[in-house]
Write a protein that binds this ligand. Structure first.
Ligand SMILES: Nc1nc2c(ncn2[C@@H]2O[C@H](COP(=O)(O)OP(=O)(O)OP(=O)(O)O)[C@@H](O)[C@H]2O)c(=O)[nH]1
Ligand SMILES: [Mg+2]
Length: 471
């Protein structure tokens, strides 16, 4: 044994000793950020993760569970008294009950604390008593996430970019006509502002229904109690050469700034500033199915959101993340149960390529990142069928709309992700090589077995990456 080894051994023991002291004083809290646009799969992910952490029979890849060191996992009152509790029981009952269905789209923020009693790992583990670790998770409507990108923009820039981007979209025609007919230098009048905001909101709803991701301001889609208030009564307008006082443009600009200050900042300050681990859920398959325009839109929206994690990008955000950094970021393509597992590597390659830009920036900020494909709640089984003399790898499930059982082949994803991402970037109108489809399957409804959570794909590997080292 060399001198180095001895010294190493000593410092490690000292670290252990001081760890023990800290743990006696504090119960460590891991705050997991579950990030994703609307319909990405956040609520399903949180519900299934919690269920599978409480009953760990389907979590072999979560090392502390496999080692039998998690003694119990139980729900506790959440730490923030003013935030509603995540309705875990209702969501789980909806998905695993006798008439299985997916949870409703989320309309407000909620929070959950899951606490673990764990036996420490390592040589001295027998000498140390079990410790408590808390996992805090927040759920929120995905629409609100996009607003993170607004913090960087002033009204003139946001307006110009938005008007340019939506110009080719048919559902924007009515709003753009209104804009054409508007004199932005004229004196401000509330009915005109209201009309513009309503027409713009109608466009946002139509765009989202058509699979577009970039639908800001997010609260226009889900206003809640702010409905009709001035912070939600503005719209993008072209930049006039002069902006007289009391003009429509000036007041719209003021409201845009108020929206950022009164709506966007408080949300991110309250819910994003303390995050240590982050999972970014992306419905890649849904976007591929919607078309090249929607895939490119999704890529760009995610890149914008994630660039918020780059230090120095914006004074407010730098302040927000100051002194803390997200240590691990997992990029996950959700709903992978729509594909036979033979196609999962291709799906993973696509999300990896899509997130490259964002991932490099996060890596720059020192985070450990990983990409994978998963299904938080597996709704299908795999099969192979003969079709026109070929064997097709299909998935089987119950269709959500008709309750009929169906075998389904979604199309073959290319081995090289640029086969999809390049035409999307270049503005292609449809996919050349293949036709992609996504079916909406209902949750399977098979009763949960004792000691097991709902079926999933790779949720245990996701959990190991995100929190395995903390347990
Ligand atoms: N097959 C399958 N479908 C899923 C899975 N996860 C989510 N889905 C589908 O995606 C839809 C949206 O999932 P949610 O978890 O509600 O999405 P969200 O991110 O919470 O959406 P918002 O609340 O609108 O922000 C569900 O209603 C399901 O149809 C999955 O693991 N497998
Ligand atoms: Mg939700």
């Amino acid at each position: 044994m060399g001198l180095g080894d001895i010294a190493d051994g000593i410092t490690r023991q000292i670290e252990w000793a001081s760890d023990g002291l800290n743990e006696a004083l504090f119960e460590p809290v891991v705050r997991l950020g579950v990030t994703g646009l609307s319909r990405a799969g956040k609520t399903v992910f949180i519900t299934s993760l919690v269920a599978n952490l409480m009953d760990r029979g389907r979590m072999p890849q979560l090392v502390p569970a496999a080692e039998g060191r998690i003694l119990t996992a139980f729900l506790q009152p959440q730490p923030d008294d003013t935030v509603p509790r995540f309705d875990y029981e209702s969501h789980l009952a909806a998905m695993t009950g006798p008439r299985p269905r997916w949870p409703e789209s989320t309309r407000a923020v909620s929070e959950l604390r899951l606490s673990f009693r764990v036996r420490p790992a390592g040589l001295l583990s027998g000498l140390r008593s079990p410790r408590t670790v808390h996992l805090d998770i927040v759920d929120y409507p995905g629409e609100w996430l996009l607003d993170l990108a607004l913090l960087d923009a002033d009204y003139a820039t946001w307006s110009a970019e938005t008007l340019e981007r939506i110009a080719p979209r048919p559902m924007a025609a009515r709003f753009l006509e209104r804009v054409q007919a508007t004199d932005t230098k004229a004196n401000f009048a509330e009915p005109q502002a209201k009309d513009l905001a309503e027409t713009f909101t109608a466009y946002l709803h139509a765009a989202r229904a058509d699979g577009y991701s970039d639908c800001t301001p997010g609260r226009f889609l889900l206003p809640g109690e702010m409905d009709g208030s001035p912070v939600l009564t503005f719209a993008p307008l072209p930049n006039p050469d002069t902006t007289p006082r009391r003009s429509l443009w000036r007041e719209m600009e003021r409201r845009f700034e108020a929206y950022k200050r009164e709506v966007v900042k408080p949300f991110f300050r309250d819910h994003f500033s303390k995050i240590d681990r982050q999972v970014v859920l992306v419905d890649v398959l849904g976007a591929i199915n919607a078309g090249p325009g929607q895939l490119e839109d999704l890529r760009r929206a995610m890149a914008e959101i994630l660039s918020a994690y780059r230090p120095g990008r914006n004074a407010f955000l730098t302040q927000l993340f100051l002194g803390r950094r997200v240590e691990k970021i997992l990029f996950a393509a959700t709903k992978a149960d729509h594909l036979h597992h033979r196609q999962h590597p291709q799906l993973t390659a696509i999300i990896e390529a899509m997130m490259r830009e964002a991932r490099d920036r996060a890596a720059f900020a020192g985070a450990d990142t990983m990409a994978m494909s998963l299904a938080a709640l597996r709704a299908t089984t795999e099969d192979s069928i003969e079709h026109n003399g070929r064997t097709l790898d299909v998935v089987r499930g119950t269709l959500a709309d008709t309750a009929r059982s169906a075998a389904f082949y979604p199309g073959r994803l290319p081995d090289d992700p640029t086969r999809l991402l390049a035409p999307a970037r270049d503005g292609a109108e449809s996919w050349l090589d293949a036709d992609y489809q996504v079916m909406r399957f209902a949750p399977s409804g098979a009763p949960l077995r004792p000691g097991e959570g709902p079926p999933h794909i790779r949720l245990d590997r996701a959990a190991q990456f995100l929190i395995g080292d903390k347990l």
